[in-house]
Ligand binder design. Sequence first.
Ligand code: G3P
Ligand code: MG
Length: 252
Amino acid sequence: MYQELPRPTIFAHRGSKAHAPENTLAAFKLAVSQGAPAIELDAKLTSDGEIVVFHDQTLNRTTNGSGAVGNTPLAALKELDAGAHFSQAFKGEKIPTLAEVFETVGHLLFINVELTNYATPRDVLPEKAAALVAKFGLQQRVMFSSFNHIALQRAHQQLPGVPLGLLALPGMVGAAARSWVGRRWVDYQAIHPEVRDASPRLIHSAHRRGRRVHVWTVNQRAVMLRLFQAGVDGIFTDDPPLAFSVLSELDI
Ligand code: G3P
Ligand code: MG
């Protein structure tokens, strides 16, 4: 399905994050109903080795809990409310497991699974995530991305056919990842630069090498327009309807 994705691909970032609580089933289902062909989500391990979909290292910002996700077992995470921080209308929304997301929307769209084992970069998240993709038969509907190139290599060893996206931090810190150094680290199919680094030059250079450019996180109409006109392959956006409205103006 990666080959057939519409270009530019609109990835609903953490689900449709502007319209529903991030990384919840509600946000992913909303992305489907808004017509997004793809979602992005953040995967990490609980203290008892389950994969949950959650962005931050700690629970404080988006739930009524506290402490590190990686120090908390799944049963305790399931007690928490992950919706009320966004709005009372979403009170009761839970932190989903990756299996629940695969089960709910896995066959409805394409999924960028970001391997976010940044606090524990050598954990078994890549192997477990790859095994889950295989269990659900989603090899054609998933790509892995990460700032951690070792996680990408390890996921690739398990599932060589699944595309990889190398995330690059903004500015100088991410310069190596965006250059030939990043290509030495891991043989990726797409570079994922931060929006300020997504220059026409970078897009051109990636295309010359047969690689895609997926840019994060793009929420402004003018920036979407600039990137679409520059031939970007995809954007991660909190607001898919806005991206579709810009696309319809462009007629590409
Ligand atoms: O995958 C794109 C983007 O999600 C990376 O940054 O912090 O939103 O996971 P972050
Ligand atoms: Mg992410």
